[in-house]
Write a protein that binds this ligand. Structure first.
Ligand code: FNR
Length: 187
Protein backbone atom coordinates (compact mmCIF):
# COMPACT_ATOMS: atom_id res chain seq x y z
CA UNK A 1 0.00 0.00 0.00
CA UNK A 2 1.37 3.39 -0.95
CA UNK A 3 0.92 6.15 1.60
CA UNK A 4 -0.13 9.71 0.81
CA UNK A 5 2.80 12.00 0.10
CA UNK A 6 2.75 15.77 0.05
CA UNK A 7 4.29 17.40 -3.00
CA UNK A 8 5.15 21.06 -3.52
CA UNK A 9 4.89 22.09 -7.17
CA UNK A 10 7.24 24.92 -8.16
CA UNK A 11 6.70 26.57 -11.53
CA UNK A 12 9.67 28.47 -12.94
CA UNK A 13 7.60 30.87 -15.05
CA UNK A 14 5.76 33.78 -13.47
CA UNK A 15 3.72 34.87 -16.50
CA UNK A 16 0.00 34.26 -16.53
CA UNK A 17 -0.14 32.27 -19.79
CA UNK A 18 2.82 30.09 -18.89
CA UNK A 19 3.07 26.83 -20.81
CA UNK A 20 4.94 25.36 -17.86
CA UNK A 21 2.09 26.16 -15.47
CA UNK A 22 -0.38 24.49 -17.85
CA UNK A 23 1.77 21.36 -18.05
CA UNK A 24 2.18 21.39 -14.28
CA UNK A 25 -1.60 21.55 -13.90
CA UNK A 26 -1.99 18.63 -16.30
CA UNK A 27 0.60 16.60 -14.36
CA UNK A 28 -1.20 17.32 -11.09
CA UNK A 29 -4.53 16.34 -12.66
CA UNK A 30 -3.02 13.00 -13.75
CA UNK A 31 -1.26 12.33 -10.45
CA UNK A 32 -2.24 9.18 -8.56
CA UNK A 33 -4.29 9.68 -5.40
CA UNK A 34 -1.17 8.97 -3.33
CA UNK A 35 0.23 12.40 -4.29
CA UNK A 36 -1.23 15.46 -2.58
CA UNK A 37 0.07 18.34 -4.71
CA UNK A 38 0.10 22.03 -3.80
CA UNK A 39 1.39 24.86 -5.95
CA UNK A 40 3.86 26.99 -4.00
CA UNK A 41 4.47 30.57 -5.14
CA UNK A 42 8.09 31.49 -5.74
CA UNK A 43 7.53 34.81 -7.52
CA UNK A 44 7.24 36.71 -4.24
CA UNK A 45 10.61 35.62 -2.84
CA UNK A 46 13.08 38.49 -2.60
CA UNK A 47 16.51 37.71 -4.06
CA UNK A 48 18.58 35.82 -1.54
CA UNK A 49 20.78 38.01 0.64
CA UNK A 50 22.61 36.27 3.50
CA UNK A 51 22.71 39.45 5.60
CA UNK A 52 18.96 39.15 6.19
CA UNK A 53 19.37 35.66 7.66
CA UNK A 54 22.47 36.64 9.67
CA UNK A 55 20.63 39.63 11.16
CA UNK A 56 17.40 37.71 11.87
CA UNK A 57 15.57 39.80 9.28
CA UNK A 58 14.42 37.06 6.92
CA UNK A 59 11.49 38.36 4.83
CA UNK A 60 8.10 36.83 5.70
CA UNK A 61 7.90 35.27 2.22
CA UNK A 62 11.20 33.39 2.79
CA UNK A 63 9.97 32.07 6.12
CA UNK A 64 6.60 31.01 4.69
CA UNK A 65 8.33 29.28 1.78
CA UNK A 66 10.76 27.46 4.08
CA UNK A 67 7.90 26.32 6.32
CA UNK A 68 5.82 25.13 3.38
CA UNK A 69 8.73 23.21 1.91
CA UNK A 70 9.71 21.72 5.26
CA UNK A 71 6.27 20.07 5.44
CA UNK A 72 6.34 18.27 2.08
CA UNK A 73 7.81 14.91 1.11
CA UNK A 74 8.77 15.89 -2.40
CA UNK A 75 9.07 18.71 -4.88
CA UNK A 76 8.02 18.76 -8.51
CA UNK A 77 9.79 21.48 -10.47
CA UNK A 78 8.27 22.45 -13.82
CA UNK A 79 10.32 25.09 -15.51
CA UNK A 80 11.18 26.88 -18.72
CA UNK A 81 14.75 27.33 -19.90
CA UNK A 82 16.11 30.85 -19.86
CA UNK A 83 19.30 31.37 -21.83
CA UNK A 84 20.21 27.70 -21.69
CA UNK A 85 19.85 27.53 -17.93
CA UNK A 86 17.19 27.70 -15.22
CA UNK A 87 15.23 30.93 -14.68
CA UNK A 88 16.32 33.10 -11.74
CA UNK A 89 13.00 32.32 -10.00
CA UNK A 90 13.95 28.66 -9.60
CA UNK A 91 17.57 29.31 -8.65
CA UNK A 92 16.45 31.86 -6.07
CA UNK A 93 13.90 29.42 -4.59
CA UNK A 94 16.62 26.77 -4.37
CA UNK A 95 18.97 29.27 -2.70
CA UNK A 96 16.39 30.61 -0.23
CA UNK A 97 15.45 27.05 0.78
CA UNK A 98 19.09 26.06 1.24
CA UNK A 99 19.83 28.54 4.04
CA UNK A 100 20.43 29.37 6.88
CA UNK A 101 23.42 27.05 6.88
CA UNK A 102 22.51 23.71 8.46
CA UNK A 103 18.77 24.31 8.12
CA UNK A 104 18.33 23.54 4.43
CA UNK A 105 14.81 22.39 3.63
CA UNK A 106 16.24 20.45 0.68
CA UNK A 107 18.27 17.89 2.61
CA UNK A 108 16.96 14.33 1.94
CA UNK A 109 14.00 15.58 -0.07
CA UNK A 110 12.82 13.85 -3.23
CA UNK A 111 12.30 15.71 -6.48
CA UNK A 112 11.28 15.43 -10.09
CA UNK A 113 12.19 17.89 -12.82
CA UNK A 114 10.19 18.70 -15.95
CA UNK A 115 11.17 21.35 -18.48
CA UNK A 116 8.86 22.71 -21.15
CA UNK A 117 9.80 24.86 -24.12
CA UNK A 118 8.01 26.02 -27.25
CA UNK A 119 11.29 25.17 -29.01
CA UNK A 120 12.55 21.77 -30.00
CA UNK A 121 15.18 21.08 -27.36
CA UNK A 122 12.70 20.99 -24.46
CA UNK A 123 14.77 22.89 -21.93
CA UNK A 124 17.54 20.31 -21.64
CA UNK A 125 20.04 22.88 -20.35
CA UNK A 126 17.70 24.17 -17.65
CA UNK A 127 16.72 20.65 -16.64
CA UNK A 128 20.31 19.63 -15.97
CA UNK A 129 21.28 22.85 -14.22
CA UNK A 130 18.33 22.32 -11.85
CA UNK A 131 19.49 18.74 -11.28
CA UNK A 132 23.04 19.95 -10.61
CA UNK A 133 21.88 22.20 -7.77
CA UNK A 134 19.49 19.61 -6.33
CA UNK A 135 22.16 16.92 -6.24
CA UNK A 136 24.47 19.32 -4.38
CA UNK A 137 21.72 19.78 -1.79
CA UNK A 138 21.26 16.02 -1.22
CA UNK A 139 17.91 15.87 -2.99
CA UNK A 140 17.04 12.45 -4.41
CA UNK A 141 16.23 13.66 -7.90
CA UNK A 142 14.45 11.10 -10.08
CA UNK A 143 16.90 10.13 -12.83
CA UNK A 144 14.36 8.60 -15.22
CA UNK A 145 12.05 8.97 -16.97
CA UNK A 146 13.44 12.33 -18.03
CA UNK A 147 10.99 14.99 -19.20
CA UNK A 148 12.17 17.52 -21.76
CA UNK A 149 8.95 18.68 -23.38
CA UNK A 150 9.72 20.37 -26.69
CA UNK A 151 7.20 22.11 -28.98
CA UNK A 152 5.13 22.63 -25.85
CA UNK A 153 2.73 25.18 -27.35
CA UNK A 154 1.65 22.73 -30.06
CA UNK A 155 0.82 20.03 -27.53
CA UNK A 156 -1.85 22.10 -25.76
CA UNK A 157 -5.33 23.00 -26.98
CA UNK A 158 -7.03 26.38 -26.61
CA UNK A 159 -8.40 25.18 -23.27
CA UNK A 160 -4.81 24.86 -22.01
CA UNK A 161 -5.06 21.09 -21.78
CA UNK A 162 -2.97 18.48 -23.57
CA UNK A 163 -4.49 17.88 -27.00
CA UNK A 164 -3.04 14.48 -27.92
CA UNK A 165 -2.84 10.95 -26.52
CA UNK A 166 0.92 10.54 -26.94
CA UNK A 167 1.70 13.50 -24.67
CA UNK A 168 -0.96 12.40 -22.18
CA UNK A 169 0.75 9.01 -22.05
CA UNK A 170 4.21 10.55 -21.52
CA UNK A 171 2.95 12.79 -18.71
CA UNK A 172 0.96 9.97 -17.13
CA UNK A 173 3.99 7.69 -17.08
CA UNK A 174 6.17 10.45 -15.67
CA UNK A 175 3.87 11.29 -12.78
CA UNK A 176 3.25 7.61 -11.96
CA UNK A 177 7.02 7.01 -11.87
CA UNK A 178 7.45 10.11 -9.71
CA UNK A 179 4.84 8.83 -7.23
CA UNK A 180 6.73 5.53 -6.96
CA UNK A 181 10.05 7.40 -6.62
CA UNK A 182 8.72 9.55 -3.77
CA UNK A 183 7.21 6.51 -2.05
CA UNK A 184 10.57 4.74 -2.21
CA UNK A 185 12.86 7.65 -1.32
CA UNK A 186 10.97 10.08 0.91
CA UNK A 187 12.73 10.26 4.28
C1 FNR B 1 13.59 32.21 -23.27
N1 FNR B 1 13.20 31.10 -24.03
C2 FNR B 1 14.09 30.05 -24.22
N2 FNR B 1 13.66 28.84 -24.71
C3 FNR B 1 14.53 27.80 -24.81
O1 FNR B 1 14.13 26.71 -25.21
N3 FNR B 1 15.86 27.96 -24.48
C4 FNR B 1 16.36 29.14 -24.00
O2 FNR B 1 17.53 29.21 -23.71
C5 FNR B 1 15.46 30.24 -23.86
N4 FNR B 1 15.88 31.44 -23.35
C6 FNR B 1 14.96 32.37 -22.94
C7 FNR B 1 15.36 33.46 -22.17
C8 FNR B 1 14.41 34.35 -21.68
C9 FNR B 1 14.85 35.48 -20.79
C10 FNR B 1 13.04 34.18 -22.00
C11 FNR B 1 11.99 35.12 -21.45
C12 FNR B 1 12.65 33.14 -22.79
C13 FNR B 1 11.83 30.99 -24.53
C14 FNR B 1 10.95 30.28 -23.52
O3 FNR B 1 11.09 28.88 -23.66
C15 FNR B 1 9.47 30.65 -23.78
O4 FNR B 1 9.29 32.02 -23.54
C16 FNR B 1 8.54 29.83 -22.90
O5 FNR B 1 7.20 30.05 -23.32
C17 FNR B 1 8.70 30.17 -21.44
O6 FNR B 1 7.95 29.30 -20.64
P1 FNR B 1 6.49 29.69 -20.11
O7 FNR B 1 6.54 31.10 -19.61
O8 FNR B 1 5.57 29.59 -21.32
O9 FNR B 1 6.15 28.68 -19.09
Amino acid sequence: MMSVKKIAVLVGSLRKDSLNRKFAQELVAMAPATLQCEFVDIGGLALYNQDLDDEGQAPAAWTAFREQLARVDGVLIVSPEYNRSMPASIKNAIDVGSRPWGKSIWDKKTAGVVTVSPGGVGGFGANHHIRQSLVALNVATMPAPEAYIGNGAKLLGEDGKVNNDQTREVLGKFIAAFAAWVEKNAA
